[in-house]
Structures are given as C-alpha cells and as structure tokens.
Design a protein around this ligand. Structure first.
Ligand SMILES: [Cu+2]
Length: 148
C-alpha cells in the first residue's frame, strides 16, 4: 500500500517540477496560463487548501428584527460557503437566487437556533440572499451577494 502512495507522491512531485521548470509539454489539463507555473511547486502540497476559501458568515438579527446582520456579501466564484446563524426567536432560512428574482441557487432549511452552512457553486454575477419565510423578505430580510 505504501508503495502506491510513494509512487503517487513521486508522480505529483514530478509534475510539479516539470511545471516549475517551464516545460512546454502540455500534459496538464489545467487551463491556467503558463505565467502561473511559478506558483505550482507550492500548490502541489496545498492544492486542497487553495481551492477553498474561508466561509462567509451571516446571521439573522438576534433581537428578532426581520433583517440579516449584513446586507452585502461578496465571494469568489466557485464553491461558496455561507455559515448562517439564527439565534432569533423566529425560524428563518437563507435562500440565494440569481439576480433579484431568478432561479434558486441554494437554500438552507428553515430553522431556529444554531448555525447551518450553505454550500453552493456560483458563477460570477449578482445574487440576492433572503429569507423565504412569508413576509420576511418584504420586511427587509434580504441583501445582495456579489460573486467575482
Ligand atoms: Cu425569516
């Protein structure tokens, strides 16, 4: 078993070295520009960490007002994680739609107490986040999410 892992690691290292050396061979399926090759030697060990950014955080107003603690959020395109906390006495959810009323990109269940993490893949663009409990969005429980 360990020999397999050693082989994999050696293969990965070889790829990293090749990329770092500016080899013109195009064995990689990456679409990144050659200019980024200078960073690929470090990426070999931290690729998993580099692909995920820290989750965004958002909460329902804890005093019970029908609003979120933020009215704007911004994120990088790709896997976007939002930790939504609801310590209010009312159940809420976090729903994300494209534009201001487009297709639902993702939503948490409606819940009260605690935190739920919404994980959704988003392309660059403008989205609206809101609570879909009847009346809540209209009362002000919404904001804008910008994805770049
Ligand atoms: Cu709500």
């Amino acid at each position: 078993m360990s020999k397999i892992w050693a082989g994999l690691i050696a293969a990965l290292a070889a790829v990293g070295i090749a990329a770092c050396g500016g080899s013109s061979s195009s064995s990689s399926t990456k679409t990144s520009a050659p200019a980024s090759a200078t960073t690929s030697s470090a990426a070999t060990s931290s690729a998993a960490a580099a692909g995920t950014s820290a989750p965004l955080t958002l909460a329902a107003d804890p005093s019970g007002q029908l609003k979120f603690t933020k009215t704007t959020l911004s994120a990088k395109a790709g896997e976007v994680k939002i930790e939504f906390t609801n310590q209010a006495s009312l159940p809420h959810n976090l729903t994300i739609v494209q534009g201001s009323g487009g297709a639902v990109a993702g939503a948490t269940p409606t819940f009260q107490g605690g935190t739920k993490t919404l994980s959704v893949k988003l392309k660059p663009g403008t989205y609206t986040f809101y609570c879909s409990v009847p009346g809540h969005r209209q009362a002000g429980m919404q904001g804008t999410l910008t994805v770049q």
